[in-house]
Design a protein around this ligand. Structure first.
Ligand code: NDP
Length: 337
């Protein structure tokens, strides 16, 4: 009988998660049944959406139950296969969660070609975050040559791909990130036209100066004070794909201050703004196009990616808590084995 080291949800956080919200347990997981495989997990993806799964709130996906294994995308190696589709040694994408081993239905797995790209990219630039950037920007944002595209969390897997795809489409890319090192990487590593630090006291003025013709596409990843600085700069007919609002994920109450919603609604009307929320799976039918284009752009050096690799499953809680505070620099993955 195989034992899996698991990180389970011990309790639901109020505000910021803490290490006490997680437990580490070695749990027997049985043996694979018909059309199932036993996986050894190599990489676990850590993503902001996991904060939502820790809450017992109605959302687009069910919460992780208390005592359950934390949810997450994984890259694993097949150890035992009871399926004709997979052999021991195959590398597969699965949604096995925060654990070292898993039993999975063959129908829920996708084979990864380990010779095409590093296997960890299947949960990064060539996986869910890359597809989020591609579909949200191109379907909702629709950047045109010469337009200004703004995105925050811009050194992360979604934001860095948004900026680089905007450039491929001929737009100007203005990236926003936390701290001078990340801001510098935006221009030097990812080829944005401008990189700004949202923690700078002059951030709102810096953004205005960086967007002399206003903003045509704002790819919303964060909300909070970044959104406050962006909103007045939006041009007539600007498009705002609403992808994430990470500044709010740990919030327990509404921010202080006057209710500005009526003024916002007036501007949405008069400027004819398009706000559209989306979840990446809404655009599942674009996965072939995404994979073809993104693979080619990486091969051509038009899209670069950066990974922040944490060694060891036991470090996942600490790394995840850090992600919500901007401690990661690039796509956060845990090297499990
Ligand atoms: P990242 O790896 O970029 O990590 C999140 C980053 O958010 C942090 O590194 C930090 O970057 C930034 N951040 C955290 N708190 C704040 C804050 N208060 N204000 C401004 N920035 C903050 O994450 P991803 O690229 O994986 O995801 C980016 C966004 O996309 C998230 O909101 C996520 O929920 C969303 N998403 C949505 C999907 C969908 O289907 N709609 C799918 C995938 C992701 P920095 O230090 O630069 O500030």
């Amino acid at each position: 009988m195989t034992t899996s080291r698991q990180i389970q949800l011990a309790s639901r956080p109020h505000g910021e998660p803490t290490p006490a919200n997680f437990t580490i347990a070695d749990t027997p997981i049985g043996e694979p049944g018909p059309d199932q495989v036993l996986l050894k997990i190599r990489y676990l993806s850590l993503d902001p959406y996991m904060r939502g799964r820790m809450n017992d709130a109605k959302s687009y996906a069910a919460p992780v139950p208390v005592g359950g294994v934390m949810e997450g995308g994984t890259v694993g190696e097949v150890l035992v296969s009871n399926s004709e589709r997979f052999r021991p040694g195959d590398i597969v994408l699965s949604h096995s969660g925060w654990q070292s081993h898993a039993i999975a239905d063959a129908s829920a797995l996708r084979k990864i070609d380990p010779t095409a790209a590093p296997i960890s990219t299947a949960v990064g630039v060539l996986g869910m975050p890359g597809m989020t950037a591609y579909t949200g920007l191109l379907t909702i944002g629709q950047p045109k040559p010469g337009e200004t595209v703004v995105v925050a969390a811009a050194t992360g897997p979604v934001g860095s791909a948004v900026g680089q795809i905007a450039k491929i489409k001929g737009a100007r890319a203005v990236g926003i990130a936390g701290g001078p090192d990340k801001a510098k990487a935006l221009t030097e590593e990812f080829g944005f036209d401008v990189g700004l630090d949202h923690r700078s006291p002059t951030f709102a003025q810096d953004l205005k100066a960086a967007c002399p013709d206003g903003i045509d596409v704002y790819f919303e990843n964060v909300g909070g004070h970044v959104f406050d600085a962006v909103f007045p700069l939006l041009n007539f007919f600007a498009r705002i794909p609403v992808c994430g609002v990470i500044a709010q994920y740990n919030a327990t109450s509404l921010p202080d201050g006057p209710d500005r919603m009526p003024l916002m609604l007036r501007d949405i009307l008069t400027k004819r703004l398009t706000f559209r929320g989306f979840i990446v799976r809404d655009f599942a039918d674009q996965s072939k196009d995404f994979f073809r284009d993104m693979s080619q752009w990486i091969r051509d050096g038009k899209v670069k990616y950066r990974e922040d690799v944490v060694e060891g499953l036991d470090k996942a809680p600490e790394a995840f808590i850090g992600l919500l505070k901007g401690k990661n620099f690039g796509k956060l993955v845990v090297k499990v084995s």
